[in-house]
Design a protein around this ligand. Structure first.
Ligand SMILES: Cc1ncc(COP(=O)(O)O)c(C=O)c1O
Length: 638
């Protein structure tokens, strides 16, 4: 028989008077104690035997398990339910041999996850960590943290007991971090009303437990039955970082709330669109007004013209533009258009750049630098992937070689001008120059994929930020303000090849949807306010420099950088400049950091290979709180 270890785990105080001990223990049990541990460090063997025997009877009365601290032989003598071992109290195997298979063996692991893994391997029934807070009982105890507990929760399947200085005030933190039971001595037995104190701990536990049968988990479980992987876009499933994805129910400004009503400072911003924060009143107002006039017509509207005018005004490389509904549509069509315009088939992309999920762009490098690309997704025909050449980002010489070898076949080069889908990689000037010059020289179309960088790194996108003139541009994310609006546009001679003017076909029932356009226009109005991007860049810099300084102070190998309102975090010594350098960053450390920050109420992208975003709704105080949370984590990083 195994007994559940959860709830209030009361540890008896050193009490020479057995009658007093029984009185106190009874009150604790009446208050709802779920496990009683007998511990008396000052009594002699005879007293310990008498007290343990008396507690055996008492706990039987309450059908609560009795655990003996340190002494397996005493546990055997009084037929206790189990023993709690400290590091110095002998191995699990010895205790098991003595007590038998159906007794409980718990092990103190202090602040060492390694000890806990060892205890698991040896067949322990629960592990305990502590001390979490200063305690007069064991003032010299090593310090454990909620971060450690959270990591243990992910890695260890046994019940976790938290111990050391726990009170009704600080206990919730540990329950939230994953403790199954709170082990308490002083805050229970030193209180004037022991029964009432026990009840309060039990209440705390119930409240937390209700939260912990997380609605996120319930929703995820149910979703997985109907939606492949439980999500409608793979990265949302937390596969990269592990754990249960968050289901969000609300966003406001810089914050989002999950299904359990926990608030997070949000650095994902719906993967970029929420540059003005969630539910900006101007955006919501514009959406409501547009919706009231009709949700869609499948016919032209004046709002689409206004959007086209604004996009062409803000991005000088746009002479004509067409609205679509997603970044994927924009890039897919830009490629078709470039092929139609040049009469060529081959396209060039760069390893680690993402341009949506159309067949020709779900391609990775084949073996050998200039060989044909290979599908990076099942279902993409090899024949289609073979038309895409995949080169190294930031490698101007590689690009030059590719053009020298097959320049006359290349219809288009598509590139993220700041790569934001392999964490964040900033472009080298020589790379940008090579892109422009080689495309011009060989008559290929240069497509800057600004779905992410457009209105994100600056008002004129990355093309303005770095001073590079593309032939075609793709846009999405910010220009839809959170609703599905995207676009592609560029040189008039190329855009005129599109149907109905030209022979390159493209269409969309929802293209230029009035509600989406309204959200986008309202957002684009906000980003044009004076100082908008200066402030955004300042916030991103405050974040990256603050995190880097904290990591440095605590000796953690970490660095960070930003470009306008987007940023990258890397567990590496130096800022990566290529796909292979990003891949060499310490992903395990990122995942640990991600979860620890999530616990602390900070939501970064759930993958080491995604850029992060700030919004104008973030305040310096939000950033400072984020840095403080990271500092706590880095301070116990080892
Ligand atoms: C640079 C880039 N291009 C294209 C896309 C695809 O956009 P969507 O997800 O709207 O299809 C993305 C999406 O993250 C992107 O980051």
């Amino acid at each position: 028989m195994r007994i559940e270890i959860s709830g209030l785990y009361a540890i008896t105080p050193d009490e020479p008077d057995t009658a007093q001990l029984l009185r106190k223990a009874r009150l604790a049990l009446q208050g709802g104690t779920r496990v009683l541990q007998y511990r008396n460090k000052s009594g002699d063997a005879a007293l310990q035997l008498a007290q343990a025997g008396a507690l055996r009877q008492l706990t039987d009365e309450f059908t609560v398990p009795l655990i003996i601290n340190d002494d397996a032989e005493l546990a055997l003598k009084v037929d206790a339910d189990g023993v709690h071992l400290g590091g110095e109290d002998g191995s699990v195997a010895c205790a098991r041999a003595l007590l038998g298979a159906d007794k409980i063996i718990g092990v103190s692991c202090y602040n060492q996850l390694g000890l806990a893994h060892q205890a698991v391997a040896q067949g322990a029934d629960y592990v305990a960590f502590g001390a979490f807070f200063a305690s007069s009982i064991k003032p010299e105890a090593p310090v454990a943290t909620p971060v450690l507990l959270r990591q243990a929760r992910r890695e260890i399947r046994l019940p976790l007991v938290a111990i050391g200085g726990i009170t009704k005030e600080n206990g919730a933190l540990l329950l939230e971090a994953g403790a199954d039971a709170l082990a308490v001595i002083s805050a229970l037995f030193s209180s004037e009303d022991i029964q009432q104190a026990a009840r309060q701990f039990v209440h705390l536990n119930k409240l937390e437990r209700r939260n912990m049968t997380s609605h996120n988990q319930e929703l995820f479980d149910a979703s997985q039955k109907l939606i492949p992987g439980g999500v409608n876009s793979p990265v949302r499933a937390f596969r990269s970082v592990g754990g249960t994805p968050l289901f969000f129910k609300r966003g406001q400004g810089a914050y989002v709330w999950d299904a359990d009503d926990k608030r997070y400072i949000d650095y994902v911003g719906s993967w970029g669109p929420m540059i003005a924060g969630h539910c900006h009143p101007e955006v919501v107002k514009a959406v409501q007004a547009a919706a009231a006039n009709g949700l869609g017509f499948g016919a032209p509207t004046a709002a689409e013209l206004e959007m086209a005018e604004l996009l062409c005004k803000l991005l000088p490389s746009l002479e004509m533009v067409r609205l679509v509904s997603s970044g994927t549509e924009a890039t897919m069509t830009a490629i078709r258009l470039a092929r139609g315009f040049t009469g060529r088939s081959r396209i060039v992309k760069f390893e680690g750049c993402y341009h949506g999920h159309s067949d020709g762009l779900l391609v990775k490098a084949g073996s050998g630098a200039l060989t044909f690309g290979q599908p990076s997704s099942s279902g993409v025909p090899a024949e289609i992937a073979a038309l895409t050449s995949v080169l190294d980002y930031n490698d101007a010489a590689g690009l030059e070689r590719a053009f020298a070898q097959m320049g006359s076949e290349i219809a288009a080069v598509i590139v993220e001008p700041v790569a934001g889908n392999m964490n964040l990689i900033v472009p080298k000037q020589e790379f940008l120059a090579a892109l422009r010059n080689l495309c011009t020289q060989y008559g290929a179309v240069l497509i800057l994929d600004e779905v992410m960088t457009g209105f994100r790194v600056g008002l004129q996108g990355a093309q303005g930020y770095y001073g590079i003139k593309p032939d075609l541009v793709t846009l999405g994310k910010v220009m839809g303000g959170g609703l599905p609006a995207a676009a592609f546009g560029g040189r008039r001679d190329i855009m005129q090849c599109l149907a109905p003017l030209g022979a390159v076909y493209q269409a969309g029932t929802l293209s230029g949807n009035p509600v989406a356009v309204a959200a986008g226009m309202a957002t684009l109005k906000l980003v044009q306010e004076a100082g908008f991007y200066e402030r955004l860049a300042q916030l991103a810099t405050q974040l990256t420099t603050g995190l880097s300084a904290s990591a440095k102070r605590h000796g953690v190998e970490f660095c960070a950088q930003s470009a306008g309102g987007m940023f990258g975090l890397y567990f590496s010594r130096a800022l990566p400049t290529s796909y292979s350098e990003v891949m060499a960053c310490d992903k395990e450390s990122f995942n640990r950091f991600f979860h620890a920050m999530l616990d602390a109420g900070v939501y970064f992208a759930p993958s080491a290979f995604e850029a992060g975003f700030v919004s104008s709704a973030h305040t310096a105080a939000d950033i400072a709180a984020t840095i403080a949370a990271a500092d706590n984590i880095f301070s116990v990083w080892k």
